[in-house]
Design a protein. Structure first.
Length: 143
C-alpha cells in the first residue's frame, strides 16, 4: 500500500511539474551590455502561462505593450514609471514591449510566447523610431 502511494505521488509530481508556469525577470536599465536605455534581456521565448517580471532597476522606466504588436486576443498592459510590473502571457505569439519615455531611444524588447519560429508579417510595420526598429530587429534575430 505504502509503495503504491509513493509511486503514485512520484508520478503526479513528475507530470505536474512540467505544467508549472515559470517567472522570468527583465531588468529596465539606463545602461546595459547592448547600450543605453535597454531591457535586459531584450528578447525572451517563454511558454503560454509564464510570467515576466519587469524590474525597474534604474529609475525613469516602465514596461508596456505596443498597440499592433501583440497577438489577437492578448490584453494590453502598462506599468507605472519606476515600478515593477508582472505580466502573465496567456496568448501564443509575439509581443512588442516598450519603455514609453525611452521608445525613441530604442528601449524595446520582444517576448515570444510559444513555439512559433518567426514574428508575423507586419510585426515591424508602421511608424517607428529608427533606433527602436533596429533594436527590435536585433531582438528578433536572437530568438
Amino acid at each position: 500500500m505504502f509503495r503504491t502511494l509513493m509511486t503514485s505521488a512520484a508520478i503526479v509530481i513528475a507530470l505536474g511539474g512540467s505544467a508549472i508556469a515559470e517567472t522570468f525577470e527583465v531588468q529596465m536599465l539606463n545602461r546595459g551590455e547592448s547600450g543605453a536605455m535597454v531591457f535586459e534581456p531584450s528578447a525572451l521565448r517563454i511558454a503560454e502561462g509564464d510570467t515576466v517580471k519587469f524590474v525597474a532597476t534604474d529609475r525613469g522606466h516602465n514596461a508596456e505593450s505596443i498597440d499592433g504588436m501583440m497577438p489577437e486576443g492578448a490584453e494590453d498592459f502598462a506599468g507605472k514609471i519606476n515600478e515593477e510590473i508582472e505580466v502573465t502571457f496567456t496568448e501564443a505569439g509575439f509581443y512588442g514591449v516598450q519603455c514609453k519615455p525611452h521608445f525613441a531611444m530604442g528601449m524595446v524588447m520582444v517576448v515570444a510566447v510559444g513555439d512559433k519560429a518567426t514574428a508575423p508579417d507586419g510585426f515591424l510595420e508602421g511608424r517607428m523610431p529608427r533606433k527602436a526598429k533596429e533594436r527590435f530587429e536585433e531582438a528578433l534575430s536572437g530568438l
